[in-house]
Design a protein around this ligand. Structure first.
Ligand SMILES: *[C@@H]1O[C@H](CO)[C@@H](O)[C@H](O)[C@H]1NC(C)=O
Ligand SMILES: *[C@@H]1O[C@H](CO)[C@@H](O)[C@H](O)[C@H]1NC(C)=O
Ligand SMILES: *[C@@H]1O[C@H](CO)[C@@H](O)[C@H](O)[C@H]1NC(C)=O
Ligand SMILES: *[C@@H]1O[C@H](CO)[C@@H](O)[C@H](O)[C@H]1NC(C)=O
Ligand SMILES: *[C@@H]1O[C@H](CO)[C@@H](O)[C@H](O)[C@H]1NC(C)=O
Ligand SMILES: *[C@@H]1O[C@H](CO)[C@@H](O)[C@H](O)[C@H]1NC(C)=O
Length: 878
């Protein structure tokens, strides 16, 4: 009774003094669980205020923390050169669940730009994900660009010095509110203020690239769900990039594999609600968006090098009837002049949809198709699902028999093998890729299958893991959310997957669910390396976790064949470039439902600029390979892919930059122009590196494309509409939305190497090189990465060359300076932006006369150079 009275007295005080948070957008939710009501709110010592007439926002919390709420208070702290350790003590109960009474906050500088904040239970080891492997802190932290402080009101702030704005100018990148934090076994909540309301990332979620701050909620628990807005999807990437008012950027990543919600509110603020694990934040101080992404990849790992052939065009569908049907479809496209490097198969090839088998009637000769593809310089990839059949006659199906012997299947809490239902006709069982035998098991299956079909890569699907039934086949004991104080997204966790109580070698499914695909990607990577030693594995995965770009690429899943999904494919791809997963694409012409000729024509043209470029279709949908739809689709396909193939040396070099330095490949405009606010919401255009901008048509019946051209000069390589001169400032330009081609422009200041395309990348690589120089104010530079395109160790063993080109209007130098590992022929050079015709041109001091100057285009062309790529000097005399 006494305590109740005390609580009531406390309440009177709070409502009188501390509930007066003027701006509703700053309120932090004190009752995030279901069934919020005034009485429960007051029990928590919080303020209750419903929506008033005229409140512009709808979704703010009615129950919120009073200003000086002290859930956790600081009991002591110690600081040293590298950081601080702070102990927190719970003062009053959260009433959410059993609070963890004492917490330890560990703040640690990780590099000059990165700081890590961990909030853990000092008395109990809690779950922490083993991947991605986190490197130790940098040993040289000599000039950090940030500091941190724990304020009187229990905020943990990380601030960046912006020296050029005066010595004392600091930007609060993060301001974690420790006083209002909830920390229980299965529910944690913490809120941080953001420097601005321009936020990207927090994937995998569908919609615009820039995230809404209007109390938007992002739910993370990997699910086999066709991409639509406001739903949990295939992957978990709890990393954001925040763009500040002056174009500087910062970012934060939460290393936590449990189901969670992340909320954005207009304060601007971000709230994390994981349902387990610990809080383990990495803060990246930038200051450019590209820096933030590099710093993020310093922690989670940079992508491994991809094979060159994987940059060609890929053709796939679900619903090829046989090997012969697959072959026929491929051939009709080749006959129509479509460049194709890789043929794929979906689950049709399997016997009764069982992994690692061949349909004996229609696909027994699949191996022959793979061999033919290889003979023509092409490649072959097929789908692999993790779950294997659990209902075959013992001794007849090694994937099940060997899995039993090696004990690798996921178990129920009672120790039985989990039986679900994926594609298999009976039951499906799930390899546990955290099990010590899993990679041996998986490698054996891959190796045996490779003897039948010499595939070149693996398409790993259904790895959320997806399950056609909710939970188990044989019982309904799955009550995943029953004892959870808070259910992320209000969706029960065993929806379309296995039960949270299921058991992996490493931990419960509750903890490792979001890591399933990451673990599978590791085993698959190792299996492919065993099958083809010293060849770079090529893996495309549907489900992902942070850092998975180290092992695999991604495609954006089962999207719809409609105009909205065509447009949103751009944000889907750019989003993954933030996460260090640059090898990403969307199904060209859409997957679910029938495409139309016009939609597919636009999509083939746009898809030629996806880093991973594949046309893929569903079994119920009508044919959408370019040849099936006629010239309307074929013309833009031939045009766009001509340019893709021609510029592959440039695209491949961008992947080298991603691998070595964590650069992005496809990137949004704001990465190159962070000080130009007109780029912040632009997800209808994108760039390849810094040199190429794609300006696609994205709407039905579109006649005009209003493209935005940031400051600079933009050359029209295709000679369609001419140069766009935006040197005096960014501007909008209307372009004709011709059906036969896609617009792209080359940014002045860049030098881009190319090769005249053959039928395949294998052919193209035999062509001599050419060089485009795009002068901006008389200068340009660029580089090309050269190697055999497939060895896993070409970089570590030094078997590669990087050739640089540097140009002014007077001189062009193509150089490696050191000895080249291989011979490369440079045969043509095109210089854009030369304002008058040179009188003479010298190459290495010898006069060169075979050049053409086009005054209208200010384009100088030199052919038949036949010069090797080591040191070439070209002088222009006016
Ligand atoms: C700080 O507080 C924690 C928890 O109350 C305690 O375990 C620890 O010994 C204290 N450390 C110091 C330096 O007082
Ligand atoms: C092989 O293809 C034929 C024709 O599409 C189909 O009727 C038959 O069921 C297929 N066989 C198997 C084993 O799927
Ligand atoms: C791994 O597989 C072997 C059989 O190949 C089995 O004896 C062993 O128990 C398995 N290891 C574990 C941890 O289950
Ligand atoms: C570029 O376009 C212009 C105008 O259509 C045309 O006159 C010129 O011949 C074209 N140049 C090239 C190199 O195709
Ligand atoms: C490229 O394809 C065309 C058309 O199929 C064929 O005629 C030509 O021989 C091929 N070129 C090479 C180098 O294989
Ligand atoms: C020349 O190529 C080597 C590798 O073969 C590379 O290490 C070096 O940086 C390159 N030098 C220049 C100036 O491009």
């Amino acid at each position: 009774m006494r305590s109740v009275l005390l609580a009531a007295g406390f309440l009177a005080l709070t409502s009188a003094l501390q509930c007066d948070i003027q701006n509703a957008i700053e309120r932090i939710d004190c009752l995030p669980e279901r069934n919020s009501n005034e009485q429960r709110c007051h029990e928590r010592g919080c303020c209750w205020k419903t929506r008033q007439d005229g409140d512009p926002h709808v979704n703010f919390p009615y129950c919120f923390y009073p200003r000086d709420y002290s859930g956790y208070v600081i009991s002591n702290q110690t600081q040293d050169r590298h950081g601080a350790t702070v102990y927190l003590q719970r003062q009053q109960p959260s009433h959410s669940a059993q609070d963890i009474g004492v917490l330890r906050v560990e703040v640690r500088s990780y590099s000059n730009q990165i700081v890590r904040i961990r909030i853990v239970d000092p008395h109990n080891q809690r779950w922490e994900p083993p991947y991605p492997a986190i490197p130790p802190p940098s040993s040289r932290i000599d000039s950090p660009i940030f500091d941190f402080e724990i304020t009187q009101d229990s905020r943990l702030e990380v601030r960046r010095f912006d020296g050029d704005q005066g010595d004392n100018h600091k930007v609060k990148l993060v301001s974690l509110n420790l006083g209002t934090m909830i920390y229980t076994d299965r529910f944690i909540q913490v809120t941080s203020l953001l420097p601005s309301n321009v936020v990207y990332g927090l994937g995998e979620h569908h919609g615009s690239l820039r995230r809404s701050m209007d109390y938007s909620r992002f739910t993370f628990y990997n699910e086999d769900q066709p991409p639509v807005e406001n739903k949990r999807l295939y992957g978990t990437q709890p990393f954001y990039i925040n763009l500040e008012s002056d174009g500087r950027a910062n970012g934060m990543w939460l290393l936590n594999s449990n189901a969670m919600d992340i909320l954005l509110q207009p304060a601007p603020a971000i709230t994390y609600r994981p349902t387990g694990g610990v809080l383990d934040f990495f803060i990246f101080a930038g200051p450019s968006p590209a820096d933030v992404v590099k710093q993020y990849q310093d922690i989670v790992g940079r992508p491994k090098m991809i094979p060159y052939w994987s940059l060609g065009f890929h053709l796939c569908r679900y619903g090829y009837k046989s090997t012969e049907d697959t072959r026929r479809t491929l051939q009709r496209n080749l006959d129509a002049g479509v460049r194709i490097d890789v043929q794929w198969n979906d689950i049709d090839y399997m016997d009764k949809f069982n992994g690692f088998t061949l349909d004996p009637e229609n696909y027994s000769d699949l191996g022959k198709l793979a061999d033919e593809l290889h003979k023509d310089g092409r490649h072959y990839v097929m789908i692999v699902d993790p779950a294997v059949s659990g209902s075959e006659t013992p001794g007849s199906y090694p994937p099940y028999d060997r899995g039993l012997e090696q004990n690798v299947f996921v178990k129920t809490a009672k120790g039985r093998i989990v039986e679900g239902r994926v594609w298999n006709l009976g039951t499906s069982v799930f390899p546990d890729f955290t099990h010590p035998n899993a990679t041996i098991y998986w490698t054996e299956l891959f190796r045996d299958f490779h003897k039948r079909v010499a595939y070149d890569g693996a398409w790993i699907d259904m790895n959320e893991p997806s399950n056609g039934i909710d939970g188990h086949n044989d019982d309904n004991s799955c009550r995943s959310d029953q004892d959870m104080p808070y259910v992320p997204g209000d969706v029960y966790l065993h929806k379309r997957t296995i039960c949270t109580s299921d058991v992996h070698h490493l931990s419960s499914h509750y903890n490792v669910h979001n890591l399933y695909a990451y673990a599978e990607a590791i085993s698959t990577y190792k299996a492919l390396t065993a099958v083809a030693p010293n060849k770079r594995p090529f893996i495309i995965s549907r489900s992902t976790f942070s850092g998975q770009g180290f092992y695999s690429g991604h495609w954006t899943g089962d999207i719809y064949s409609n105009w909205g999904n065509l447009k949103d494919s751009i944000s889907g791809i750019l989003d993954f470039s933030f996460y260090g997963i640059p090898m990403v694409g969307a199904d060209i012409c859409g997957f679910l439902q029938d495409t139309t000729t016009e939609l597919c024509a636009r999509w083939q043209a746009l898809g030629a600029f996806y880093p991973f470029s594949r046309n893929h279709n569903n079994i119920q949908a009508k044919d959408q390979d370019p040849a099936a739809l006629g010239e309307t689709v074929l013309k833009p396909t031939r045009n766009a892919f001509y340019w893709r193939y021609k510029l592959l040396p440039y695209l491949y070099t961008l992947f080298y930059g991603a691998h070595m330095d964590g650069e992005t490949v496809a990137r949004p405009l704001f990465f190159e122009y962070p000080e130009d606010p007109k780029t912040y919401d632009n997800d209808r255009q994108f760039m390849w590196g810094r040199a190429l901008m794609v300006v696609p048509a994205l709407f039905e019946n579109q006649k005009i494309i209003t493209g935005y051209f940031p400051k600079g000069i933009w050359y029209d390589l295709q000679n369609r509409t001419g140069t766009v001169d935006a040197t005096s400032g960014g501007k909008y330009v209307d372009l004709p939305a011709d059906m036969d081609y896609i617009h792209f422009f080359m940014k002045g200041g860049n030098a881009v190497f190319f090769q005249e395309p053959g039928n395949t990348t294998t052919d193209s690589r035999k062509s001599p090189f050419g060089l485009y120089v795009f002068l901006d104010d008389g200068v340009a530079s660029g580089r090309v990465f050269l190697d055999d395109g497939e060895s896993i160790d070409s970089i570590t063993s030094g078997e590669f060359d990087v050739v640089h080109a540097m140009a002014t209007k007077d001189i062009l130098v193509v150089s490696n300076r050191s000895q080249m590992k291989s011979f490369y022929n440079l045969d043509e050079v095109h210089v854009y932006g030369i304002k008058s015709q040179p009188k003479e041109i010298f190459i290495d001091r010898a006069e060169f006369i075979d050049f053409v100057y086009d005054e209208q285009r200010q384009l100088l062309t030199m052919n038949n150079l036949n010069h090797d790529m080591t040191l070439m000097t070209v002088s222009f005399v006016y």
